[in-house]
Write a protein that binds this ligand. Structure first.
Ligand SMILES: CC(C)(COP(=O)(O)OP(=O)(O)OC[C@H]1O[C@@H](n2cnc3c(N)ncnc32)[C@H](O)[C@@H]1OP(=O)(O)O)[C@@H](O)C(=O)NCCC(=O)NCCS
Length: 197
């Protein structure tokens, strides 16, 4: 049986059956790896092409330089980086409490490879790795129609605000451990590098 997805560093992380042949024109097979030092340039390229500006690439470089990336995964197609996702620490602060969570993003897929399932694989594996590492809450800023399918909900229902002035529906949260948000809320503070995006 062919594998549609592999996880590196020796251990299979998630195994999927080969894509349904009826959808093979849509799905693209990729290998998901932890970012390696030699991937940094290709990651920049993917971010710049997908966002059509260099702010997000500069942000990822700055976070990496300071060791502030919790998790950074690449999607490889024939050993070429075609997708990328990062997670970094955030705090959720209110007048009487402050607790840790994790922020997803930025993430990007090289334009010719978009809408082929690669972004979804990066999100699903990234979230699963965060869960296994013990993280309980993830926030994300991005298209609700994309992130909503993984279980993210608008933060306005959960007593959480973004430190940046963003439309209500694009700031979302997800519990990786059920009940992790119960009775808690506040303003999400990202790593300082996010202020320059
Ligand atoms: C957003 C992005 C990462 C999604 O990656 P992708 O590989 O294209 O996503 P997938 O193919 O896994 O898409 C899964 C589903 O979400 C939908 N989708 C993808 N991008 C979407 C978007 N921006 N808005 C709404 N829906 C989207 C797809 O149509 C697909 O739907 P289907 O299963 O019904 O066909 C990619 O389009 C991208 O790099 N965009 C530019 C950068 C960006 O906006 N990043 C996100 C903010 S940090």
């Amino acid at each position: 049986m062919e594998l549609a997805l592999r996880y590196t560093q020796g251990r299979p992380f998630e195994r999927l059956r080969a894509a349904d042949p009826r959808r093979s024109a849509y799905k693209v097979m990729v290998a998901i790896h932890h970012e390696r030092p030699e991937d940094a340039h290709a990651i920049r390229f993917v971010l710049e092409e997908a966002f059509r500006q260099s702010n997000e690439a500069d942000l990822v470089d700055a976070l990496r330089r300071r060791g502030a990336l919790t998790l950074s995964l690449v999607a490889l197609r024939d050993n070429e980086v075609v997708g990328h996702i990062v997670f970094s620490p955030v705090t959720i602060e209110s007048a009487d409490s402050s607790f840790n969570a994790i922020g997803l993003g930025p993430m990007a897929v090289l334009p010719p490879y978009q809408r082929k399932g690669i972004g979804s694989q990066l999100v699903r594996i990234g979230l699963e790795q965060c869960r296994q590492a013990g993280h309980a809450i993830v926030v994300v800023l991005g298209p609700p129609d994309f992130y909503g399918r993984f279980g993210f909900v608008p933060t306005r229902h959960r007593g959480i605000q973004c430190e940046f002035d963003v439309p209500d529906d694009v700031f979302m949260v997800m519990e990786l451990r059920q009940g992790a948000l119960a009775g808690r809320g506040g303003v999400v503070k990202y790593q300082p590098e996010f202020k320059s995006v």
